[in-house]
Design a protein around this ligand. Structure first.
Ligand code: 5AD
Ligand code: FES
Length: 345
């Protein structure tokens, strides 16, 4: 049996087999076969529904210095902001009115948001919106911190591993950061009962097909509820300013592979995909994605959450993003739903 049919049958492959599968990404027949099976599976578990999450980018202060990222601490040109607790709650209020039943609080690793401050925000949101799911995406923290935030009411946690190859991880991050620490956080979050999302960039500088195969093997082992992947996009204030962006086609291919490997996974069609291709998110849905994450951040801050160049949606009001995405989702035959959108376990 070839690797394509074996993945479809067993939902898992070895490192070598994934390398072989990834070597076929430019073959339209293989990509078509994988997309067809990915869509069949997403329809089996999720029908024609697309889940939506309101993304609130609440701080762009960050103590980390990831070499690819526009808001890394070493970028003196980044203009920093933090939303107040009241502003965050206003975003939730607006999001609630627009039909969002999951809020995602995402930010840099900002020491201002201590466990106490974070737990207080989580408690307030859960008190006002007890029916809603709350997702945190605030980087690496201690086990104790994750425990407190879980106790305060956080339901889910997104922490991309970025790359599962150790040498590649070290080439993208300063020496005080490590892949082991990142993986440990992901396992701890799982143990604490969070629904956990990992993920990686496609086409980051120095990435090889073997690295991507390692990402897939790692996801297979971690069994996350969510996987966020998007193409790498250079940011003008980083050492990677003149690197090539990642490939949209390869990202779509990987979305299909991930859907087949983890049939019930929550898989967003990401903003980065929509940034590199005007129909990137629609194409993501057609490759097996089932989640979109429009921006709920206040428009005055949006341009400042500047991870990579030309990020879309930075001039739009929340209501416009919601309407725009709803039309985009309908254009490929799916429907945005008002629901928490938990993974079908
Ligand atoms: N290109 C694409 N994605 C990026 N991210 C950070 N910088 C970039 C970039 N230059 C992604 C990382 C991070 C997420 C919030 O944004 O994967 O986990
Ligand atoms: Fe923001 Fe389209 S999703 S404008």
């Amino acid at each position: 049996m070839d690797v394509v049919e074996e993945l479809i049958k067993n939902h898992r492959l070895t490192q070598n087999q994934y390398e072989k599968l990834l070597g076929l990404w430019q073959d339209p027949q293989t990509a078509g076969r994988l997309a067809q099976e990915a869509v069949r599976l997403r329809k089996e578990y999720y029908g024609d529904q697309v889940y939506t999450r309101g993304l609130i980018e609440f701080t762009n202060y960050c103590k980390n210095d990831c070499y690819y990222c526009g808001i890394r601490r070493g970028n003196p040109h980044a203009v920093r902001y933090r939303l107040t607790e009241e502003e965050i709650l206003e975003c939730c209020q607006q999001g609630h009115e627009l039909g969002f039943r999951t809020f995602v609080l995402q930010g840099g690793e900002d020491p201002y948001f201590t466990d106490e401050r974070m737990a207080q925000i989580v408690r307030r949101i859960k008190q006002e919106y007890p029916e809603h799911a709350l997702t945190l995406s605030i980087g690496e923290r201690s086990y104790e911190s994750y425990r407190l935030l879980r106790e305060a009411g956080a339901d889910r946690y997104l922490l991309r591993h970025e790359t599962a190859n150790d040498a590649h991880y070290h080439s993208l991050h300063p020496k005080e950061m490590s892949l082991d620490a990142r993986k440990q956080c992901l396992y701890q979050l799982k143990e604490l009962g969070y629904q956990v999302g990992a993920g990686f960039m496609v086409g980051s500088p120095g990435q090889t097909m073997a690295c991507l195969a390692e990402d897939l093997v790692f996801l297979q082992e971690l069994q996350p509820h969510m996987v966020g992947i998007g193409p790498f996009i250079p940011h003008h204030d980083t050492i990677y300013a003149s690197e090539k962006p990642g490939s949209v086609e390869l990202t779509l291919y990987l979305l299909s592979v991930i859907r087949i490997m983890l049939p019930r996974v929550l898989l967003p069609a990401t903003t980065a995909l929509g940034t590199l291709d005007p129909r990137g998110r629609e194409k993501g849905l057609e490759a097996g994605a089932n989640v979109v994450m429009p921006n709920l951040s206040p428009v005055k801050n949006r341009k400042l959450y500047d991870l990579y160049d030309n990020k879309i949606c930075t001039g739009e009001e929340a209501a416009e993003c919601r309407g725009c995405l709803s039309r985009r989702v309908e254009s490929v035959g799916y429907h945005l739903v008002v629901a928490r959108g938990d993974s079908r376990q």
